[in-house]
Every structure is written in structure tokens, then in C-alpha cells.
Design a protein around this ligand. Sequence first.
Ligand code: NDP
Length: 330
Amino acid sequence: MKAKQIVLATRPIGVPKFEDFRFEEVNVGSPQKGEVMLQPLYVSVDPYMRGRMSDSKSYVPPFELGQPIVGGIVSTVVESNSDLFKKGDTVHGLLPWATTCIVSEKEISKTFPGISPSYHLGIVGMPGLTAYFGLTDICRPKEGETVVVSGAAGAVGTVVGQIAKIKGCRVVGIAGTQEKVELLRNSFGYDEVINYKTEDVEEMLDKYCPNGIDCYYDNVGGNITDYVIQRFNRYARMALCGQISLYNSTDIPMGPRILPAILKTSSLIKGFIVRDYMDRFPEAINQLSIWVNEGQLNYKETIVEGFDNIPKAFIGLFKGSNEGKMIVKI
Ligand code: NDP
């Protein structure tokens, strides 16, 4: 059987381009004992994958040139030589960008019954878990505190803001379009939202956070983060989740010295990778599923259609093309 796959053709310099990816046709055999043949239903594109496209040292090894990109995918089992999975099962795992593939049964898990398959790539998957642990374990927001979230309208940010509201906080988001500002206010419970592309972020932070900032959930870094940190209250907590504004930088931009502000306020900045919390994933999946089923967590996906559009969807993350979780439906 023939399949199409997408490999990393070159390591991107700056913002990834279509030419950094290559489509290839490959032959796929039959599953051996303990293996299954899969076809994708939903493919997740995530900002962290940009890091794996470079060859710098990180918490995961880089993608290899000429090899298929691997990411979160929900698939159907189309043929099984495994005792654990049967034809027709819906499964998820870290899988290659390919129209058909054969993997070991150890690489996949069944999706949860009663939860929409694509949600395993978002709200009850890696982004939801990231939101949950960064906020509840690092920021530890208390009722009445002010929580600021950058990258607020994305997969992680939409969940962070809602959990902060469940915890009784005042929540201020930062996002890049007026549509996202309205969405966060109207559908995700954000009290105030700043459009960082059209508004003076410092002025608006002063306006919307008159009592200072107690918690900061950072998805973007750069200037926005420099401005937020200058407004920290005593014992502020910052979950350093992402730095998307710097992922495509070809040099290391210098910002103002922020450490005096941390010192003066006895604040905490903690970087984390969601995998740090792997032993607590069941707790978070359970809690997120309860909130989703109770209607306490709203959820939004931007769905791009078609296998060939996976690179376009991925590149779109760096242009702000998504509201909520960016997903490719195959
Ligand atoms: P999003 O769904 O938020 O998508 C990316 C968004 O980032 C875009 O829509 C865009 O929104 C914003 N963005 C893009 N470029 C810039 C820029 N230069 N400056 C400011 N904002 C920008 O992605 P996720 O929710 O999946 O991830 C959010 C962050 O969390 C990322 O940095 C990611 O790497 C990180 N992350 C970290 C994990 C961890 O374990 N620590 C795990 C998962 C994610 P806008 O229109 O608002 O600009």
C-alpha cells in the first residue's frame, strides 16, 4: 500500500516556510505481531514543534532531516496484529505526519469514551494539561488575585483563563486581534483583554490591573513579559510556559534587566515542561473532563481541512491564524 508522508526538508531559518517541508510517497507493509496500521483523523500542530525543527539542544531531540515530522495525532486503527487494539478503535499518540503508518501498540492509547476524539489533542490533551499544571501548581492563584495571561486566545491560554476564573480571580488576557479580544471576553470569561498589536500594552496593564499583578501565565515572552513583570506585586508567581515571540529569532534579543523587579517583590519565576508532571496526568485529565462535562470549561478549535494543509496550519501558529486549538482534520 502507498502512503503520503511529510518530512523535514531543511531546518527553518526564522519563520518556517513551506519549502522547509517535503511530501513523499512511501510503501507501507503489514503490521507485525504487536503492531497496528493507522490512518489519521485529527493532526495537532503545536508551537513546541518549531524547537524540534532546529538542531539546538533541548528537552526533546531534534527532528531528523528527511524523516517524517512526529506530533500529537488521533487515528483510526485500520488493521491490527495486536491483542490490545482492534480494527475501528480510535487511538492517540505521538505519530508521524503520514496518511497511513504502522506503529507498535506501545506507542498509542485509546481515546476516552464520551470525550470528542479531537479534544485529546487539546483540552484533555497536552495543551489542557499544560494550562492546568502551570496555573494550579506554579501560579497557585488565590481568590481575588489578578492573573495575567499572554497568548490568551490559543489552546493553552483559553484554558488557563477559565481555570483562573473558576479559582475566583480577576483575569486579564493579552492577544493579537480584535476578534480574539471579543472571543475571550464573551466566550472565555476574561474580565479584560489587551490587543498587543493595536494598544499600548503598558498603559492598558496599568488600567486593567490597578492593584498590580499577582500571577502571570506566560506563553509568549519578549516585550509583553518585560512589561508584565514590572507590575508584579509582592510574592507574585509566574509560570514560564512558552516564549513563542522568540522561537523564530535568529539572534538573542536583549530586553531590560528584569531581575531587580523579581528581587524587590520576592517573586517566583518557574519554567516547566508539561512532561515534568507526567505522574499527575490522570488527576488533571479527570478534573479537566469534569469541568468540560459540567460546562465550566468552554472550548474552541480552529479546524484546517486536509492532510496537505498540515504545514500551512503549523506556519499559521506564528501568524496568529488560530483561535483556540489549531487542528488539522484529515
Ligand atoms: P497557541 O494556540 O497559543 O498558538 C500560538 C499563538 O501564539 C498564535 O495564535 C498567536 O496569537 C501567538 N503568537 C504567535 N507569534 C507571536 C508573537 N511573536 N508574539 C506574541 N504572540 C504570538 O499555542 P499553544 O496554546 O499550543 O501554546 C502556547 C505557548 O505555550 C507556546 O509558546 C508553546 O510553545 C507553549 N507550550 C509549552 C508547553 C510546556 O510544556 N511548557 C506545552 C505546550 C505549549 P496572537 O494572535 O495572540 O498573536
